[in-house]
Design a protein around this ligand. Sequence first.
Ligand code: ADP
Ligand code: ASP
Ligand code: MG
Length: 464
Amino acid sequence: MSQTFEKLIVSKFGGSSMADKEAITRSATVAVNRGSSVVLVSATYGTTNQIIEMTDHAKLGNWDEAKNVLDKLAKRHLELAQEFELNDKELSSIKEILTEASTLVQGVSLLKDCNKKVMDSLLSIGERISSHYMRRAIANVLAQKNINKNVTYFDIRKVMITDDRFGSALPQLELIKKEASKYMMDAKHGEAIFVSQGFVGSTKDGQTTTLGRGGSDYSAALIAEAIGANELEIWTDVAGIATTDPRICPKARPINQITFQEAAELATFGAKILHPTTLAPALRSNIPVFVGSSYEPEKEGTWIKKECEHRPLVRAMALRKNQSLLTITTPKMLHAHGFLARIFGLFDQYKISVDAITTSEISVAMTVDSSIDEEKELLDELRSIGEVNLESNLSIVSLIGNNINHTPGLAQTIFNGLQQDDTELVNVRMICLGASKHNFCFLVNSDQADLAIKRLHQTFIEEK
Ligand code: ADP
Ligand code: ASP
Ligand code: MG
């Protein structure tokens, strides 16, 4: 029996869908049932964290500890390879990847140092191994269903060309499209299923890169765009995007439809379910995105589209942790111009992204990732402009919806909702409203962030 080919679908299965043989087989069944042509996978659950743990030990020169983690990692993967009954070729490929990891980590341990280039090669091994299991699992499902189709293990580094910003490399779309049209035509024409790696890329001269933590979603969106897919599917451990993170608020409800703009705000402002850059390619090329659970594929899930019939004022809320508030104050700003240009010029030079901003006549305050602490040179340069104050342990709470900046009374409802209970007042450190129709955000202490989300969820979602 051959499978009919109706739509060109790219599917991505995250680490949570790649936990063990059962989960991988379940995911493979989903991919086959949906008729996916390209399946990109994450490393198996916990593997990326384990690689980081191993490298952290090695960086301190603690070879025994590093070796211990490496042995655990290798044991787990050789067991999985056995469970999937991989053939000799597949098994030797996995062994080669593990040997590469061992060589690299020994080097790190000797040097007590790991640059970002070496780190990316180490990080890539998780996805390079897990895609072997997925290829085999899909081949098994096709055989069971008596479907005659090739399943190809594909090294995404041939196509996912990036710059050399190791650790969070920038994909080069034109080159990706060019290479995809060279290597991925069989997938495009529905003649084979390509199984490949999310997260991993390569510079033009063949050095392995990664797109940053959680970057497999972005990989899938880029490949979908490059091959002109009709749909992008993100399969994870929850049945779509919910009104907030269900781990913070168990009463979070599934969202059936959401616009690209709203979903992009959610992802940027902390909803882990999607990597922040995922929606840029989908929006650019108008590719509808489905988010669903590989554990419960029959559930409705979420469609992210250009237009939605229902556009509520508040659709969802997100939390972005690990934020710092950087304030620069100088009386020289009084009736002067050019200060903001100087400040943001420096942020551009140091490639630091700023999220929320407020200004007064003599000061400007902005939120940045808490890793700003490590940017000593930037902070020194900012000190030459004015007095610099850095507050840490903050989180951004965002309300995402429609017409947010033109709805009278919304701010009052938000602050009444936040302070509904006299026992603990939520202290709002900074507010950002006005720039976007889709976002209202404010800064709170991290230890009050979950409480803020729960109270707002009650006000805007549960009581509706
Ligand atoms: P994967 O391994 O599939 O990439 P992630 O852990 O990266 O999965 O993302 C899925 C998780 O995102 C969910 O388990 C959930 O806890 C979290 N999450 C955060 N915000 C939301 C939201 N608004 N809706 C659904 N899940 C969310
Ligand atoms: N495996 C990588 C990570 O854990 C990439 C991903 O899963 O998207 O960050
Ligand atoms: Mg993820």
